[in-house]
Design a protein around this ligand. Structure first.
Ligand code: ZN
Length: 150
């Protein structure tokens, strides 16, 4: 597949997740949650987590934002369900490195590799990482917590 075809495919996946976000719902029995805001773009998300010990039993989100922020949150919830918190942190590190232009093992990223295109648009990196910062805050806190990207 040429790199142009790959870009088209990535674009399609992002559009699909923006139009039909996965795990886009409230979670009344969540035991961790955090709010994330990206004032530069106006993205505002809530991430809900249901942790069973160290395992992410369920993860969902709500809110509104640009296509990149919504698609990224949707892809993230799919990737994190059933993972341990340590796995989630490792994935977060990987996603962050990739979006800031470092070389990473793309096989380990799986579907999340579709977000790699944002590294060409530094202003959009905050949109794409917002949900990850937010889930990180949710894992660290027993209570409702808030993060704002800088
Ligand atoms: Zn945005």
């Amino acid at each position: 597949m040429s790199s142009a075809d790959l870009r088209d495919l990535y674009q399609q996946v992002i559009m699909d997740h923006n139009k039909k976000p996965r795990n886009f719902r409230d979670m009344p029995d969540s035991n961790h949650l955090a709010h994330g805001n990206n004032p530069l773009c106006g993205d505002a998300l809530v991430v809900y987590l249901k942790l069973d010990g160290d395992t992410i039993e369920d993860v969902s989100f709500q809110g509104s934002g640009c296509a990149i922020s919504v698609a990224s949150a949707s892809l993230m919830t799919e990737a994190l369900k059933g993972k341990t918190m340590a796995d989630a942190e490792a994935l977060y590190e990987l996603v962050h490195k990739q979006m800031t232009g470092e070389d990473v093992d793309t096989a380990a990223l799986g579907k999340l590799d579709v977000l790699s295109g944002v590294k060409e648009f530094p202003a959009r990196v905050k949109c794409a990482t917002l949900s990850w910062h937010t889930v990180h805050a949710a894992m660290e806190s027993e209570q409702d917590s808030s993060v704002t990207t800088e």
